[in-house]
Design a protein around this ligand. Structure first.
Ligand SMILES: [Fe+2]
Ligand SMILES: [Fe+2]
Length: 730
């Protein structure tokens, strides 16, 4: 509040009633016989409120029990105390400290006077005294006392403002949430100035001011104030808020209703008309980080006197304090905006990377995008559970960020997996399907048989035509068998393997040099294999050649499996393109080396994510992301973790990963499974301790599987699911 402060404001006799002393001032007169005290000026009671005490104890009691005098007149001849003792006693009570005391003595006593003044007596008067002089002395002491109290009060107010500002600034600098920060700026400004209402506008990317926060519970108006005229492009200075946002200068309007011509305050006035409120004084300051463009505007309306509760003018001295607060808030907001922008950028990079992995192969589709969605649904259900195994499970804000990121990044290691392996659709595939090369060898054998037959006839012999037909039939049959093996649909049994070996052992004649037209890499691989010295060369129909094996030292591991705790078995060769070897793959189309290459993606997920400096609170992202192929019984990969070694979030991601893969509708190579088929497979995996029982049960009982299906699966996949049956003896 504005405080009159200058030595000129020391009260006169007519102006004694300052705001910090009683009106009229209160005096306490301590004398053994006040009725007979000749020293009491006769006009005293006309100007002051008087109370009397007959001894020291009574005087102390009056002062500590409600009567707070502005000055004490004490006759040192009291029966129970003398002046110095009384002054010492006054130091013991909070209520009596600082009250000026004039000591009165019947006779001059230098020792008493000196001691009294040392102990804080304001004055020492020897009786008799001329009443008018005593009255002047009383007035002077009250004036000094009032001035002292005013200075003290002013300092208290300033200290209080500074303390408030420091506390708010500290609070702002520690805030990590933009919404909370803006509310703190709003309420900080309001509290600092005792304003009745406060409003915060934020600058939009389109150079407008948007109503962002109101201190009252009123509904936020939704209009936008343009900073530039849309037609002329000129700055809009007619509104207080836009003017402040454009210039960064504070504006103090004392009376909005007598402000015509300065600013257009019609918006505020129409708000007043609608609500019955009366906006009077308004202080508007910019949220301007140092040397930056204002990020918004803080508007404070109607300061209220903390004691009288009346609306008073804004003290111009406050502008500096509010500007300091607004600057501090703007710096904190600028920092948070920057952090938010960095977080948004990071999240965008993660999403781009995940969609790049999804786009890399039709075998993954939108997997990397859907797994975190499903994971979030499951984690929310776990957090919301108020009974059962997840009753006490909760996730902090950082936990959510960590989990979300782990979901998006769980297959990021797939960027290292060669497409040729991911997409390998036949056993002989190696960039192209080598069945055609092998078929050509059969074609050669076919023609060789016919040529041989015809050459015998040319030589005048009579070769057996039936024998030729039998040979050709065998070739056709054998090729059909090899082609079928190549597809990988059948489980390879011993007779299958024996027949492959038998077919492979047949030979064909090569007339051309097989060392022509090679790449550097091929030549390197063949460096230790001498070429055939004689052409034509007779070669087996199918072969596992030394150069088919690619030693691992040629494609060194980019990680230390021991340091990472990897238990996944690493094959000796990075690739093996052997024809017999691949045709003999027992099931499917991938050999051991290729299977490892596929599974290795989680190792790369772990390695890649471990290289990122995740902030405190999100350090588990690498572990969470890379454990989605672990099993509850410890047979998974890459580290062979078991249930106890996996967090709930990791177990959730593992289930999200499997369910998405089973039900995905965007894989061109396979038919998507229905809900009941997928859940039956997962029940089997649960019984086999492959996936977590609690999370799977939550998945079923929460209905998330159906919720997910409604958004991401085709209607024909939504078949009936018998939850009781699936949960039975789980
Ligand atoms: Fe994976
Ligand atoms: Fe996955």
């Amino acid at each position: 509040m504005p405080i009159p402060l200058s030595l000129e404001s020391v009260p006169t006799e007519n102006d004694m009633a300052g705001p910090l002393v009683s009106t009229p001032p209160k005096l306490l007169l301590a004398d053994p016989e006040p009725d007979k005290a000749t020293w009491i000026p006769p006009l005293l009671q006309e100007k002051y409120v008087l109370q009397f005490a007959r001894n020291g104890q009574e005087a102390i009691t009056k002062m500590t029990e409600g009567y707070a005098p502005d000055l004490v007149l004490l006759n040192v001849t009291l029966p129970d105390t003398d002046g110095p003792t009384f002054l010492e006693k006054m130091h013991h009570f909070l209520e009596t400290q600082g009250i000026p005391v004039i000591l009165l003595a019947d006779h001059a006593d230098v020792v008493m006077e000196q001691r009294g003044l040392e102990l804080g007596a304001a004055d020492y008067v020897t009786l008799p005294v001329i009443p008018a002089i005593l009255q002047r002395r009383i007035h002077n002491q009250l004036a000094v006392h009032t001035t002292h109290k005013q200075i003290q009060h002013y300092l208290d107010v300033e200290r209080n403002k500074l303390q408030k500002l420091v506390a708010i600034a500290k609070d702002l600098s520690m805030e990590r949430d933009i919404d909370s920060l803006l509310r703190k700026i709003l309420h900080g400004g309001k509290d600092l100035t005792y304003a009745d209402k406060a409003t915060l506008y934020l600058r939009t990317e389109n150079n407008q001011l948007r109503f962002a926060y109101l201190s009252s519970g009123d509904q936020l108006p939704s209009f936008l104030l343009p900073l530039y005229d849309p037609e002329t492009g000129q700055e809009v200075h007619r509104f207080v808020a836009t003017h402040v946002a454009l210039t960064g200068e504070s504006v103090l309007l004392e009376d909005l209703y007598n402000n015509a011509g300065t600013f257009d305050v019609s918006g505020t006035l129409s708000y007043d008309r609608a609500t019955g409120y009366r906006s009077q004084a308004m202080l508007t300051v910019a949220l301007k980080p140092r040397e930056g463009v204002p990020l918004g505007v803080l508007q404070l309306i109607n300061p209220v006197h903390p004691e009288t509760k009346t609306i008073v003018p804004f003290d111009p001295e406050w502008i500096g304090f509010v500007e300091a607060l607004a600057t501090q808030g703007a710096i904190a907001l600028d920092n948070l905006n920057l952090m938010q922008a960095q977080e948004n950028l990071f999240n965008a990079i993660i999403r781009v990377m995940a969609s790049a992995i999804d786009a890399k192969s039709p075998y993954t589709g939108g997997h990397c995008e859907r797994v975190p969605m499903l994971g979030n649904m499951l984690a929310e259900a776990a957090c919301n559970a108020d009974s059962g195994p997840f009753a006490h499970f909760s996730m902090s804000k950082d936990d959510w960020k960590e989990f979300h990121l782990a979901g998006w990044m769980h297959d990021c290691g797939k960027v290292t997996t060669p497409e040729v392996v991911v997409d390998k659709a036949t056993k002989l595939e190696c960039v192209s399907n080598r069945i055609h090369e092998i078929r050509m060898r059969f074609e050669v054998l076919w023609r060789d048989a016919q040529i041989d037959h015809l050459q015998h006839r040319l030589a005048g012999h009579n070769p057996d035509a039936a024998q030729l037909q039998a040979t050709l039939a065998t070739l056709r049959d054998d090729f059909a068998f090899i082609a079928r093996c190549n597809v990988g649909d059948d489980l390879m049994t011993s007779p299958h393997l024996a027949r492959i070996q038998e077919i492979a052992s047949r030979t064909w004649q090569r007339y051309f040099d097989d060392r022509l037209g090679l790449s550097n890499m091929e030549e390197l691989r063949l460096a230790d294999t001498p070429p055939s010295s004689v052409l034509p060369a007779r070669e087996p129909l199918l072969m596992d050649r030394p150069e088919h094996k690619q030693p691992r030292q040629n494609t060194r591991l980019s990680y230390d499996p021991v340091a990472l705790g990897i238990t996944l078995k690493i094959p000796e060769y990075s690739y093996n393109f052997g024809e017999i070897y691949n045709l003999c793959i027992p099931r499917g189309t991938l050999n051991a080396e290729e299977r490892f290459k596929i599974n290795e993606h989680v190792i790369h997920t772990l390695v890649m994510l471990r290289q990122l400096p995740f902030p405190k609170g999100m350090t588990r992202v690498p572990e969470l992301a890379s454990s989605h192929h672990e099993t509850m019984k410890g047979t998974g990969y890459p580290c062979g973790l078991n249930r106890d070694q996996m967090s709930i979030q990791a177990r959730i991601l593992a289930i999200a990963d499997i369910f998405e893969a089973l039900t995905a509708v965007d894989r061109p190579y396979k038919k998507a499974k229905t809900l009941s088929e997928s859940l039956k497979i997962m029940r089997f995996m649960c019984k086999d301790q492959h996936i977590d029982r609690d999370v799977f049960a939550l998945f079923l009982t929460s209905g998330i599987y159906r919720q997910y299906a409604e958004t991401h699966l085709k209607a024909e996949q939504w078949d009936d699911v018998n939850i009781e049956e699936l949960l039975l003896n789980l």
